[in-house]
Design a protein around this ligand. Sequence first.
Ligand code: NAI
Length: 453
Amino acid sequence: MYDLIIIGAGPGGYVAAERAGRAGMRVALFEKENLGGVCLNEGCIPSKALLNSAKLYRHAADSKAFGVVSEGVSYDQARVIKRKNKVVRRLVAGISNQMSEAGVEVIGAQAMIIPREGDVFRVEADDLVYESRKLLIATGSEPVILPLPGIKESLGDTVITNREILDLEEIPKQLIVIGGGVIGLEMACYYQSVGSQVVVVEMLDHIAGNVDPEIGRRLQQVYEKLGMVFHLSSCVTRVEGGTVFFEKDGAGQEVSGDCILLSCGRQPVTTGFGLENLPVKTERGAILVNEQMETSCPGVYAIGDVVGGYMLAHAASREGEVAVNHMQGIEDRMSYRAIPSVIYTDPEVAGVGKTKEELDTGGCAYLEVEIPMGWSGRYQAETERGTGLCRLLLDKESKELLGCHLLTPYASEMILAFGIMIEQKMTVDAMKRTVFPHPTICEIVREALFQLG
Ligand code: NAI
């Protein structure tokens, strides 16, 4: 009898398993593919390995302005992919070690929940039945496959998803990206940087979803300068081989390429593991949970992409910790006040807390300050013709930080500090008394605070 069975070993499941194992619980972690889930095997980590190679390449090729003359710079995609695979293998092995050190039993099989017996949850895998007092569902998400003519037929051939795009041995001459959200932009950035002609077809009138609109606009301009083409307010209607048909301003248009990336969002995985055998409520395709990540069925918890919402690895990990704490009677609850979000383009986009649009909709009185990144000495020293931006949003009454939005190199590393300030409800005065290292790009936020008077 286990204390906890976890289904899914992504950054939600494996972090929860480690925390529970270290706390002395007897844990079984089921994974049908690889430890690390989508994040480690076909998402966050491999894409960052590729993007870093592309950044090095572009910086080498564009180094003249910095007084560095580099000639004959070339890009070896096969080698880049080989290195990416090595990074993934190393990290997967690391998780495997972490699990054994925490005393977690990893079961490499497809788990199927079967009807419980009394208070005992039961899971079947490879003809064996495992029993547990608690159950944690961390089955993640899968790409949305648009139900449009031609997509299914071309899937895996000309139409690919986040999984295959990370393993293309040859750089496509022309890449069409359907969906200008996070995955679409990161992969568009990668392939445009290493030689593809990329065309992004996006249904909304802006790229980057809920990102600060001015930041999204500036990012678009950066990539337009590199030759990327954006079709906004353009709804894809069908695909035929390598051709994407879409409607823009009421007129039919088409664009062709040798490869089409489908990046139109992800949906929770709630089928294929026997969820129907438990009285767990779902809403709009995601599992419903409370602040402790417990479902409508006591003793059953769910975390990560399967509960919808943020669909971010770091949110999933924290949700896992909250669930495990609750199982042990430790007071904890999930807070979504300050979940940072990052798009790893070059420059990076990072934001935390509320956006201007959310505050306008919520009718909250706020103060706003927007300053160019060019006010930062370090940014000037290291960037040529950058159009970076920093926007801070503060509560007009309490002067607490509500949101921070950045377009700049290092934004992904900077954003944590501002998340802490939001989570800790720091006021302008307290933030102004904080000493920032100089010269750093981070200092821009201090500069912005002093604009408030
Ligand atoms: P997304 O939700 O970010 O973007 C999908 C885009 O597709 C939207 O802008 C939508 O308007 C557009 N779209 C939908 N239907 C369309 C149509 N018929 N024609 C044209 N455009 C259409 O989804 P994405 O990029 O697939 O990412 C999925 C998830 O993965 C996100 O929830 C994200 O949080 C996560 N992710 C996070 C990363 C990060 O934190 N850096 C990196 C990659 C993924």
